[in-house]
Design a binder for this molecule. Structure first.
Ligand code: SF4
Length: 155
C-alpha cells in the first residue's frame, strides 16, 4: 500500500511539464541530509485508484504530468497506479521519482514517461548539479531510457 503526505503543482521536477507531484511516505532510503525526513515515516492517507480519481477530477485539466514522488517501499504498487492513470487519463504523462540507484526487478517501465533514479548524496547534490548521481530518464516506446538530466542544467 502507498500513502501520501501532500501534493503540489510544480514546474521544475519534470522539464517542460506542469506536474502534479504527490509526496509518498514510508521512504526506506534514509539518505543522509534528506530534504524531507517526515517522508520517511509511515504517515498520511492511502494513495489508491479512488484518491487518484479525486485528484484528477480537480487537476487533470491543469497539468500535463502526474509524478509519484517516492514509493520505493512498494514499487509494484507505483506501477499499478501508473497503469491506472495511463489507461484512464491519456493526455497526462506519468513520472516516478525513485531514490534507488536502479529499477526494481521485473518492473513495468512502459507505464511511465519519465523516471528519476538515484538517492540524495549531499556531496553530489540534486539533479541541477553537473556531478549529481541522480538522473532523469525519458522512457522510449521500446522501453529504452534516454538520459535527459542535461535539461536541468539549462533551466
Ligand atoms: S529518497 Fe528522498 S525522501 Fe527518501 S530518504 Fe532520500 S532524500 Fe529523503
Amino acid at each position: 500500500m502507498l500513502k501520501y503526505y501532500n501534493y503540489d503543482i510544480v514546474f521544475q521536477e519534470i522539464p517542460n511539464e506542469v506536474t502534479l507531484a504527490v509526496n509518498i511516505t514510508n521512504c526506506p532510503n534514509r539518505c543522509k541530509g534528506c530534504h524531507s525526513p517526515h517522508l520517511q515515516n509511515d504517515i498520511g492517507e492511502e494513495l489508491n485508484e479512488a484518491r487518484i480519481i479525486s485528484l484528477m477530477d480537480k487537476y487533470a485539466s491543469a497539468i500535463t504530468c502526474f509524478c509519484f514522488m517516492g514509493g520505493d517501499a512498494d514499487p509494484q504498487q507505483v506501477a499499478i497506479l501508473a497503469n491506472f492513470i495511463r489507461f484512464h487519463y491519456h493526455d497526462v504523462k506519468i513520472a516516478w521519482y525513485s531514490g534507488c540507484t536502479k529499477l526494481p526487478e521485473r518492473f513495468d517501465i512502459k507505464s511511465f514517461h519519465y523516471v528519476k533514479l538515484g538517492g540524495y548524496v549531499e556531496a553530489l547534490g540534486n539533479l541541477k548539479r553537473e556531478i549529481s548521481n541522480q538522473h532523469l530518464f525519458q522512457i522510449q516506446q521500446n522501453g529504452g531510457m534516454k538520459d535527459i538530466s542535461y535539461l536541468f542544467k539549462v533551466l
